[in-house]
Ligand binder design. Sequence first.
Ligand code: F6R
Length: 261
Amino acid sequence: MQVIIRPTEEESTRIVATLVANAIRANPDVVLGLATGLTMERVYALLVRMHREESLDFSLVRTFNLDEYVGLTAEDGRSYHAYMTKHLFSGINIDRRNTHLLDGMAKDLEAECRRYEDLIRHCGGIDLQLLGIGRDGHIGFNEPGSALYSRTRDKSLTPMTRRDNAKHFVDPSQMPHRALTMGVGTILDSRKLLLLATGESKAAVIAKAVEGPITSRMTATAIQLHQHCVVVADEAASSRLEEQDYYRWIFDNEPEWAEFR
Ligand code: F6R
């Protein structure tokens, strides 16, 4: 795992957006795994700007989102379908037939999850998976207790996740209790992982995810098992990491990071 610490949220976000743009330029039909949430909104805003100002071409890019709420239609403004249209897809030249999200309205949720796993496999697997991190340590919606080998499935959300995400619902009582989510095992199958965390509210969870013992109580700890994982965090989110000096030395000295210094 590589841990990149940058002074501000803006700089951390810029590195993540640039790494995604580099992956697209290196492989125009790259398969991206996408996340939602406030942290990702800023990444998507930068990618839209790169499309407009630097001709970043999404025409062949294929995407799979991590998760979707159960019980919301794609047209519902609070769904992750709507989030993706608003924050990314409407601002870039992606072919909507190449964008894939789980259907939280499917009659047979198990079949829907199987379909999604098959489709990911059919596309050759995910090349680069973007991840945020929840305050309870979830990646995707893999809440505490999720098996580290889990596959895409229906998951109940914790009270903390429901409280955190209720701000997107005018009436917080309408916040769904369940979501479909790629499993931890599905995420770990991606060729590369790229996790972004910003702000003081993520400091405790980032310390555990990066340096704590691997446990299904906090599914983000599973990223330690992955051979190609980059964690980007701002000063606030990285403040409780014990090996900060080492991570900073690598960023300042390794040729891989020269373009970002
Ligand atoms: C949603 C997802 C979640 C979020 C996480 C952080 O697709 O994957 O794991 O990344 O809940 O959300 P924010 O950025 O809003 O703190």
